[in-house]
Design a binder for this molecule. Structure first.
Ligand code: BG6
Length: 515
């Protein structure tokens, strides 16, 4: 493509493009995630010829299904959820690689059968016994499945055996607080080595999230200004239009703090704030992320009680349609105190960011689906153009749009043409769609391929997840102290409660979203 230098992160890090031959074993294969994300992602990789021709998928779940029923189900769901045009012929070729294994997580015999089946499969296909175990089960089952795999001789700790490798991928949520995350880490590490464990946060698989590294460290112009001397504050917004949908049984126990802040938003924060890593290797990148998490100024429970804004959506309108309030959603406890919105100010106590507030907000049923990072630079001195009558000038803004209209924009002042000295705030815009004109790979496609290639850069290490929970757990404890008080409400289709506007306005700023 003219004007576009083709250097990929994979080229730089020397990543394998296919991950070689392996069997993907999905636990929880009859569930929602398998249908909505995992199989569409594997099928996408298959269509793009990014999978080795021997890759096979084995679904494992309690529901009784034949191979044929499993395939039929997945054909329907993939057609519905994949963002590619449906290719029936490709599906027919792919479907032959899908098999189903009925089993219960608490029955050792079912895992012994699974092992036999995997051995038979790899023998028949004449491939090494490389196994990627994907835990798409409720998190309460993670330790049990890991133990059963170990007992069945499938975990193969202590390095790759000559016959192949075993790796385990865990979905979120990874724990519900610091203590449960530590326990889960400990339990998993009894059965698998850390380098075999891939804790997913699908935000890290998003192309634009990875672009944060490129933007910051492949350009000379941003890095010198990326600090307290030039940055006034940073905003991270993750806004969704969807409500709780059919996930009330999970979400009502979880809320925005656990569902979005502890993982996705913490990862965005780390990538914006971290120091340049020495290499793009997994440990170098993750070491720098952990340092950011450790430098976060703790928000103790008594400060969290009033300093962290939490709210629930009330009835309102999204895209012109009436939608019910959170408490009226099917499956939600009518007295629920679970937040669907959270906003807070975060301080990073290190040399780079001392004194620079990071404002974070996320919510469901907001007017637009938009995830973006705003870097607002300091105002220019109050002389020349920033003094009356020309000032105050709008400060420079760098906006990184993570989704859906992926891109980057930079606002700066220019002179308006004419005899008078008048300034005009202009925004220069880069749009992925316009420049590259093709779809970005789905986050799960990238992550599955990386896990199969044994690259854990975009996965969360045990100390990282514990550091994130160390920050979030006292906030949760503070919220618990308020459990008798009703949460503020915001109408669905609005930008959240007024308390969130006050949080940022008290410090002389306001929330910003791209037009
Ligand atoms: C999931 C949360 O991890 O991320 C959901 O559990 C949320 O509640 C989703 O809707 C958002 O992901 P995305 O990729 O649509 O921004």
């Amino acid at each position: 493509m003219p004007g576009v230098e083709q250097v990929s992160l994979s080229a730089v890090t020397g990543k394998s493009h296919t991950g070689g031959p392996f069997v993907l074993v999905i636990f929880g294969a009859s569930g929602d995630l398998t249908q909505r994300k995992l199989i569409p992602a594997v099928f996408g990789l298959f269509c793009d010829k990014l999978l080795d021709e021997k890759v096979h998928v084995v679904g494992f779940a309690r529901t009784q299904l034949s191979d044929e029923q499993f395939r039929q189900r997945l054909a329907e769901s993939t057609q519905k959820y994949s963002d590619r045009p449906w290719d029936a012929q490709a599906w027919d070729r792919f479907a032959g690689r899908l098999t189903y294994h009925t089993g219960s997580y608490d029955r050792a015999e079912d895992f012994a059968h699974l092992r036999q089946r995997l051995e038979q499969l790899t023998r028949e296909l004449d491939m090494p016994s490389n196994y990627l175990f994907y835990l798409s089960t409720p998190p309460e089952q993670f330790s049990l499945v890991a133990r059963q795999l170990d007992d069945a001789g499938l975990s193969r700790r202590g390095g790759n055996s000559s016959e192949g490798w075993s790796r385990i991928v865990t979905e979120k949520p990874f724990g519900t607080d610091l203590e449960s995350a530590r326990r889960l880490n400990k339990e998993l590490l009894q059965h698998f080595d850390e380098r075999q464990i891939f804790r997913i946060d699908h935000y890290l698989g998003k192309e634009t999230v990875q672009n944060l590294l490129v933007l910051r460290f492949a350009n000379a112009i941003f890095e010198p200004m990326w600090n307290y001397k030039y940055v006034d504050h940073v905003q991270i917004t993750v806004a969704e239009t969807v409500g709780v949908g059919s996930r009330a049984s999970y979400y009502d126990q979880s809320g925005a703090l656990r569902d979005m802040l502890q993982n996705h938003m913490m990862n965005l924060l780390c990538l914006v704030a971290m120091e340049p890593p020495t290499t793009l290797g997994a440990d170098d990148v993750r070491n720098e992320k952990v340092k950011v998490l450790r430098a976060l100024r703790p928000i103790p429970p008594d400060c969290a009680m009033y300093g962290v804004v939490r709210a629930q959506y009330a009835a309102g309108q999204i895209d012109g349609k009436d939608v019910p309030g959170y408490l009226w959603e099917p499956g939600v406890n009518p007295d629920s105190m679970t937040e669907t919105y959270v906003a807070l100010k975060v301080n990073i106590d290190n040399w780079r960011w001392s004194g620079v507030p990071f404002y974070l907000r996320t919510g469901k049923r907001l007017p637009r689906r938009i995830t973006e990072i705003v870097i607002q630079f300091r105002p220019v001195p109050q002389v020349l153009f920033n003094a009356p009558p020309l000032g105050p000038q709008q400060p420079n803004l760098l906006i990184v749009r993570i989704q859906p209209d992926e891109g980057v924009s930079l606002r700066f002042q220019v002179k308006q043409p004419g005899q008078a000295m008048q300034t005009h705030a202009y925004t220069m815009d880069f749009s992925y769609a316009q420049l590259f004109g093709r779809r970005a790979p789905e986050a799960y496609e990238r992550l599955l391929l990386d896990a199969a290639a044994g690259d854990s850069t975009l996965f969360i290490r045990s100390d990282e997840i514990e550091a994130a929970w160390t920050f979030v757990s006292p906030i949760l404890a503070g919220c618990d102290l308020l459990r008798r008080q009703r949460l503020p409400q915001y109408p669905a289709g609005s930008w959240g409660p007024k308390q969130a506007d006050e949080l940022i306005a008290n410090e002389g700023a306001r929330w910003i979203v791209s037009p």
